[in-house]
Design a protein around this ligand. Sequence first.
Ligand SMILES: Nc1ncnc2c1ncn2[C@@H]1O[C@H](COP(=O)(O)OP(=O)(O)OP(=O)(O)O)[C@@H](O)[C@H]1O
Ligand SMILES: O=P(O)(O)OC[C@@]1(O)O[C@H](CO)[C@@H](O)[C@@H]1O
Length: 315
Amino acid sequence: MILTVTPNPSLDRTYEVPSLDRGEVIRATGERMDPGGKGVNVSRAVAAAGRRTVAVLPLGGAPGALVADLLDAQGIEVAPVPVAGATRSNIALAESDGVLTKINAPGPELSPEEQELLLETVREQSRDADWIACCGSLPRGLAPSWYAEVVARAHAGGARIALDTSGRALLEALRERPDVVKPNAEELAEAVGRPLATVGDAVKAAEELREMGARAVLASLGADGQLLVEDTGTWFASARVDVVRSNVGAGDSSLAGFLVAGGSGPAALASAVAHGAAAVQLPGSVMPTPDDLDPAAVTVTAQVPVDRELKEPVS
Ligand SMILES: Nc1ncnc2c1ncn2[C@@H]1O[C@H](COP(=O)(O)OP(=O)(O)OP(=O)(O)O)[C@@H](O)[C@H]1O
Ligand SMILES: O=P(O)(O)OC[C@@]1(O)O[C@H](CO)[C@@H](O)[C@@H]1O
C-alpha cells in the first residue's frame, strides 16, 4: 500500500482563458475542479495505476467537503483529519498558447490539537504502508521540521519515505535520511543555492542533496526529463511528448509512477517519465491510467548527457 500525506491540500480550480490581460475582466472559455495537493495527486495516480493507496489530509469547511466528495467519486480511500479552517482553493489560469499561471493560497492554520491529530492519523495509517509519500507545502502552524519528524517516525515503523517538498521543510528533513526526494529543477537549485544551466549541473546538485542526507534523488526537469541518482547508479530519462496540455500535477504523477514501479533503479525511472509525459498531455491535473502511458516513447540511459543545456534553466 502507498500512503500519501498532504498537510496542505487544495481544491484546484482551472480556468481556460484566451490570454491574461491585467486589470481587465477575462471571460473563461472553460473551467474544471480537481481535488488537489501534491500527495492527493500521487494517490489519484497510484489508484489510476490500479494499486492500493490511502490519502491522509486535513479537510475543513465547504471546499474541504468538496475535495472529499471529488475524491470519493474517484474511489480514493481517504483518512481525513477534520480541521476548523477552510481548505484552500488554488487557481490555475491556462492561456490558449499553453502558458499556465498558478495562484496557490496559504491554506488554514492548524491548531496544536489538529497538528497532533494529523501526526496520529499518519501513524495509524502507516501500519500497512510500503511507502509513505509526504508531499507539498506545509500549512501555517506546522514547523519546518514537521516532515523530518514524519520521516523519523516512518523509519522507526519500517516504512520507506518519498518526500516532495521545498525550502526549509526539505532541508530539515534531509537529516532523517528520506529514501527518495523528488525536487523539480527550481527546488533543486534552491536547495543547493546555485543556478542550474545543464543536466550536469543538476547531477552535481542531486549528488549534493545525497551528501546532505537523501538516500536517492529523483529530480524532475520539466520538458528535459528526469534524473535518478542513487547508491547503485545515475540515470537520465526523457520521453517524446506531442502536445503539452497542462503540467499541473505532472511531477506528482511521475512520483506515483516511480513508486508503483518499485521506487528504485532505471525501470522505476522509466515509469516515472512515462507517467509525467502522459500527465502533461491530459487536461488540468487528470492523472494517467495505464492506457494513457506510452513506454515506447521513453528513453533511459546511464550515459547522462551532462553537457546538455536545460531547455528551462534555473537562474
Ligand atoms: N513541457 C514538457 N514536455 C514534456 N514532458 C514534460 C513537460 N513538463 C513536464 N514533463 C514531464 O513531467 C515530469 C514532471 O514535470 P516537472 O518537472 O515540471 O514536475 P513538477 O514541477 O514537480 O510538477 P508539479 O509540481 O506540477 O507536479 C517531467 O520530468 C517530464 O517527464
Ligand atoms: O502549494 P503546494 O503544496 O506546494 O502545491 C500545491 C499544488 O500546486 O500542487 C499540486 C500540483 O503539483 C496542485 O494540485 C496543488 O494546487
